[in-house]
Design a protein around this ligand. Structure first.
Ligand code: GLC
Ligand code: CA
Length: 565
């Protein structure tokens, strides 16, 4: 009996991923990494105040290691009035006491290093908090030396200087009575935009980069990077039809988004990080409108951002083989040597479980999305809890809303609290996230079954499927290094592609429909000679070890990953 239990346990256990492979400048670590976004307020609370913190993250590094994560991106933990939960930074070179101390940060980096996990920080370069000492000085008088660090203008006809609107509702200009001028803010009024045309701003912000690289950061995710520059002539933006959730007219942010100057700054920033050893990486939050703008983020000589986040693919918002195929192919044919960077969920948008689920088969669809994220030629970025099938749990009442845009836009825009709820570790009180009487955001009711402890024991869990996929990325040379070749391009239901290796290739087939599909593959043109493929991984599990390429049956929303020769 004991033996049987042991055998069963062994069968259930998914092996931990092997150590990270060595890197070279031509083949840097970030090309093969799985990056995991942590919203520190919601990952793990270590001191019982209901909010996550740096020590909490450190205490969970073994979990991340076991999952196969190579790098964590931690959203801002710097001193902040927390109007935008950390994206309003009052001091760029310190830790907010809510999250811990500098010693805690150093310990997190060194403990992560022991586990081969790199730590990436969030670099908010477009704007600061209005409580930042720089802004306090800037607003104090027109003659202050830091006046020009921000964008100040006189009003026009008794109102703001032009019609620019904030992404978060209302005018992008706020009148400061002290000097009777307006300052510009793409986001909340508490987040004044820095003036990147001022060389002192660049100097101060590049100094921030050095500070954290010196402390062991392995790179940065750059916030809102396309918004760094504004048209100096303050042209009005074009008004579009309709209104948004805040009651403002829709607008094209033509004169405040993607100005060419952004790229000059990114080139300089890249040159700076390249002076550090270890291939530090720059990731951009670039919700670029099309492939051309996305490609520009790499730089004409691949001398800007290494990993621009691809929002086109993240936000297809529909299980459409044709749409994903088209976008994946576009990336393959346009990125000119740049490394694609895919993700689906993050702290700003509803989780993928809800956005791609059909309401009935969401757990299976979560596995399908995991394979879509982890199997193409790209660096994948995950969001904490997606590996559990965590779902979006928006506030039930306006009184519960924390994110200011949810208060402003209620009920049409409920804000981003729903995707920021605490990580679900186990089925105990507060899902094992905190011992506090009340956590800063509610715990979704699904925590009792969708949690790390329960899913670790279930061989068919979403969590174990992620682990297997990540382990495959490391162990299989074609998945690690192979090209991406789209196959069966006319199939409206099944998205199929090859990861083409030397000798062996891997076929990935993703059924995006709610019906089983029988698919025929003729891969002779791809050099495949053998009629059968050996199944590496499938969800639902494949009844056989191999399949005939001329007749592969894939269950509804199923995934088949198989070696072909
Ligand atoms: C980015 C962040 C978002 C924040 C905004 C303003 O989009 O991801 O959370 O509100 O920038 O800093
Ligand atoms: Ca805490």
């Amino acid at each position: 009996m004991k033996k049987l239990v042991l055998a069963l346990l062994l069968a259930l256990a998914v092996p931990a991923a092997p150590q990270t492979q060595p890197q070279t400048a031509a083949d840097p670590w970030w090309k093969h990494a799985v990056i995991y976004e942590i919203y520190p307020r919601s990952f793990q609370d270590s001191n019982g105040d209901g909010m996550g913190d740096l020590n909490g993250i450190t205490s969970r590094l073994d979990y991340l290691k076991n999952l196969g994560i190579d790098a964590i991106w931690i959203t801002p933990f710097y001193p902040s009035p927390q109007i935008d939960y950390g994206y309003d930074i009052a001091d760029y070179k310190a830790i907010d006491p809510e999250y811990g101390t500098m010693a805690d940060f150093d310990r997190l980096v060194s403990e992560a290093k022991k586990r081969n996990i790199r730590v990436l920080l969030d670099f908010v370069m477009n704007h600061t908090s209005d409580q930042n000492a720089w802004f306090k000085e800037s607003r104090s008088s027109k003659a202050n030396p830091k006046r020009d660090w921000y964008v100040w203008r006189d009003g026009k006809n008794g109102g703001p200087p032009n019609n620019w609107l904030s992404w978060f509702g209302g005018p992008a200009w706020t009148l400061d009575p002290k000097t009777n001028q307006y300052y510009y803010h793409y986001f909340y009024a508490e987040q004044p935009d820095l003036n990147w045309r001022n060389p002192e701003v660049k100097k101060a912000m590049f100094d921030v980069i050095r500070f954290w690289l010196d402390r062991g950061a392995a790179g940065f995710r750059i916030d809102a990077v396309s918004r760094l520059y504004e048209d100096p002539n303050l042209h009005d933006d074009p008004i579009l039809p309709g209104r948004n959730a805040y009651g403002d007219p829709n607008i094209e942010h033509k004169y405040t988004d993607n100005l060419p100057e952004v790229h000059d700054t990114l080139r300089e920033l890249r040159a700076l990080v390249d002076t550090y050893a270890g291939n530090p990486v720059l990731i951009s939050e670039a919700d670029q409108p099309n492939i051309a703008e996305l490609t520009k983020m790499y730089g004409a000589k691949l001398d800007e951002i290494q990993l621009p986040m691809d929002f086109q693919i993240a936000d297809v918002n529909q299980l459409s083989a044709a749409k994903f195929r088209k976008l994946l192919d576009e990336v393959e044919h346009n990125s000119a040597g740049g490394q694609p960077h895919y993700f689906f969920s993050n702290h700003d948008q509803p989780r993928q479980w809800d956005r791609y689920g059909d309401g009935k088969n969401n757990d299976q669809i979560a596995k399908l999305m995991a394979a879509l994220l982890l199997m193409p030629r790209a660096t994948p970025q995950m969001y904490y809890g997606e590996e559990l099938g965590m779902r979006t749990t928006p506030p039930a009442r306006v009184e519960d809303v924390k994110d200011p845009i949810g208060k402003k836009g209620w009920p049409e825009e409920k804000g981003r609290d729903g995707e920021r709820t605490p990580m679900q570790w186990d089925s105990s009180k507060n899902a094992g996230f905190s011992t506090a009487a009340k956590t800063w955001l509610w715990i979704p009711p699904t925590f009792s079954t969708y949690n790390v402890t329960a899913e670790s024991k279930d061989p068919n869990s979403i969590l174990n499927f992620y682990k297997r996929l990540i382990a495959l990325r490391r162990s299989n040379p074609a998945i690690r290094d192979g090209n991406y070749v789209s196959v069966n391009q006319d199939d409206a239901n099944v998205l199929s592609f090859l990861r083409k290796g030397e000798g062996e290739s891997v076929l990935v087939a993703l059924n995006m429909s709610g019906q089983a599909q029988s698919v025929k593959f003729d891969l002779a043109a791809q050099g495949v000679k053998q009629p059968r493929a050996r199944v590496l991984l499938a969800a639902p599990a494949s009844p056989t070890d191999s399949v005939a390429l001329n007749d592969v049956t894939i269950p509804a929303f199923g995934v088949v990953i198989a070696t072909v020769k």
